[in-house]
Ligand binder design. Structure first.
Ligand code: F6R
Length: 590
């Protein structure tokens, strides 16, 4: 989500860091900052907003002597996107930058009772803890001791006046790369390949749990081991981490995003949303408003809120809601869901809810967005910047957050919360490469015909709607999503040998009922693709999913499959996957 760059050497440091951050800016642009240590002087600069603000702020400065520099672009998770919360965070003689979330930062702050914290971030605790430990240990041991205390996800760079020409680093569940420079005494660090392309040929991708330091001519691992590889030389593909499109990259990122979303949300078998602590759980119902993919997440969440939390839910398309003069129960909680936080219709709907004095909660991916600012409460979904116009990882993050919220709002003591938490913690969305290859092969059979029906039941019905939206927006093929039980009420009239029917048939949700509906379509000669853990003889094509005992595991696995299916068909028809015609990423007009 955030971006990290580091440099050790005697070239001009400000430009190296700014150029590196430029490559990363698309990941986070709430603020940017850098710290430079040369000639025993440690200086830091940070500015809210785009990187250009930092660049302008540092306009006349230059740092050519041998030394170290670290830089950061921020995607806010803890604390407002202002100058103070920008990285680097500093103590008396050290500075730190960090990507990820330190889950136990509140506990660690307890150890630092005499320290004045400047920011609201989780990161700042790292630098104070380090300085505190240097009172007892040498700097290397102090850094090791800090890392051992950290829980959560992190890629960390730390520099200190107590160790000249040295950058300390640590990695866990957030990417970090070390790159060799032009000579033995020059090193770069970055959170992805992009800033390193063209300036380094050899890179080492650190593993989770690795930490150590780089000093003038060597890298010392205090934990783990390091292996250098050749770096690809294509900048575009480096930004895409080697994937051919941002959409594919974002589908593959979802496994990590689930981990980011649940970080800090589950403590002692309880669901935690600190940002909602003052929101009383006494609302009469929930009204959810959104557009497009976010609307599908809303529809899906209704099944969770009603089933898990036993709360009545009403779902509204924002563009409809804003003009319908809706009856609003004053005791309802109004939730709006928006990846960008700027969608005009959703923003207007939120304003209407506020005018009617409803409590409002936004689920957004962009912290300083209009919707995030306007709502009384905001939960950031933590998907990181989504570059592909077709939303994938934001939908995934919305769904995990909504599932967590449905458990958080649950007032029913008898629920099996422990079981749900176990499933959430073990949710694995890693793409099965063999399955992806199969989908690639299958996709070429789906390029003709007069259209697609995606069908299923329960929470898999909104998934079918989302599948049809994904396919139509990037491949321009006609697709519809239907509740499987609705087929017989009209749509089945379209069934013939030129219709493709994709059926989600989870084992743990109304399998037999959906099966009957699929058989009705098969009897009318439609081409059937079944996605299920249970073999199905009557299907023309079959994608087998994992056998498991929870329908939400099936939901997320089928979500990945339908995204890949849309992607591969779009690739086959030669469409511009990341920038489909007629669409925009942020829809700020009515
Ligand atoms: C589809 C897609 C759109 C958005 C919709 C709402 O892939 O991305 O349907 O979901 O425009 O956007 P947000 O969530 O930013 O309000």
């Amino acid at each position: 989500m955030c971006g990290i760059v580091g440099y050790l050497g005697n070239k001009e440091k400000k430009e190296i860091i700014l150029n590196g951050l430029k490559e990363l800016e698309y990941r986070g642009y709430d603020s940017a900052g850098m710290a430079i240590l040369c000639n025993d002087e440690l200086k830091f600069y940070k500015k809210a907003g785009k990187l250009q603000n930092l660049s302008d702020f540092m306009n006349d400065l230059s740092f050519k002597e041998l030394g170290v520099a670290i830089g950061h672009t921020r995607w806010a998770t803890h604390g407002k996107p202002d100058d103070i919360n920008s990285h680097p965070h500093y103590g008396e003689f050290s500075c730190v930058i960090h990507n990820g979330i330190i889950e136990n930062y509140k506990e660690l702050k307890e150890e630092l009772k005499n320290v004045n914290f400047n920011s609201q971030t989780d990161t700042e605790v790292i630098v104070h803890l380090f300085e505190e430990y240097t009172k007892k240990f040498d700097v290397y041991t102090a850094f090791s001791e800090v890392v051992k205390k950290l829980q959560g996800a992190y890629a960390i760079l730390l520099i200190t006046k107590k160790a000249k020409n040295t950058i300390f680093f640590a990695k866990n569940n957030a990417p970090l790369i070390i790159a060799k420079g032009d000579n033995d005494k020059e090193f770069y660090l970055a959170s992805c390949d992009a800033p390193l392309v063209g300036i380094s040929k050899e890179v080492a991708y650190l593993n989770d749990g690795d930490y150590g330091y780089i000093s003038e001519d060597k890298i010392t691992l205090l934990n783990g081991k390091i292996e250098f590889k050749q770096l690809s030389s294509d900048r575009q593909s480096a930004q895409k981490d080697g994937f051919s499109t941002f959409m594919e990259k974002e589908i593959y990122e979802q496994a990590q995003i689930v981990k980011n979303v649940i970080l800090g949300r589950i403590k002692n078998d309880k669901i935690c949303f600190d940002e909602l602590s003052s929101l009383e759980n006494n609302f009469s119902k929930i009204i959810i408003c959104a557009c497009g993919t976010s609307y599908h997440a809303a529809l899906a969440s209704a099944y969770l809120f009603e089933r898990e939390a036993k709360i009545e839910v009403r779902i509204e398309i924002a563009s409809e809601f804003r003009y319908k003069d809706a009856y609003l129960d004053k005791n309802a909680l109004f939730i709006c869901i928006s990846q960008s936080g700027e969608t005009a219709d959703t923003l207007e709907a939120l304003k209407i809810a506020k005018e009617n004095n409803l409590k409002t909660l936004a689920l957004c991916n962009v912290d300083n967005s209009s919707i995030a600012r306007l709502a009384d409460y905001c939960v950031l979904i933590r998907a990181g910047i989504e570059k592909s116009v077709a939303s994938t990882k934001a939908f995934c993050a919305q769904m995990v957050n909504l599932w967590l919220l449905s458990l958080y709002f649950n007032k029913n003591e008898k629920r099996a919360l422990k079981d749900e938490i176990f499933v959430l913690k073990n949710l694995d969305l890693s793409v099965n490469k063999t399955q992806h290859e199969k989908i690639k092969r299958l996709s070429k059979r789906y390029l003709h015909g007069h259209g697609f029906f995606f069908i299923s039941r329960d929470i898999f019905y909104p998934l079918a709607l989302e599948a049809s939206l994904k396919l139509k927006e990037i491949s321009y093929l006609h697709a519809e999503g239907y509740a499987a039980g609705e087929m017989k009420h009209g749509p089945i009239a379209l069934a013939d040998s030129e219709l493709f029917c994709v059926a989600f048939m989870p084992k743990n949700m109304l399998y037999e009922k959906t099966k009957s509906n699929v058989l009705e379509l098969s009897a009318r000669d439609a081409n059937i693709l079944v996605i299920s853990p249970i073999e199905f003889d009557m299907a023309d094509d079959f994608i087998k999913t994992k056998d498991c005992n929870h329908y939400m595991i099936e939901f997320f696995e089928m979500m990945v499959i339908m995204q890949l299916f849309a992607l591969e068909i779009a690739n086959k028809v030669g469409a511009n996957v990341d920038m489909p015609r007629n669409l925009a990423k942020s829809v700020t007009v009515e």
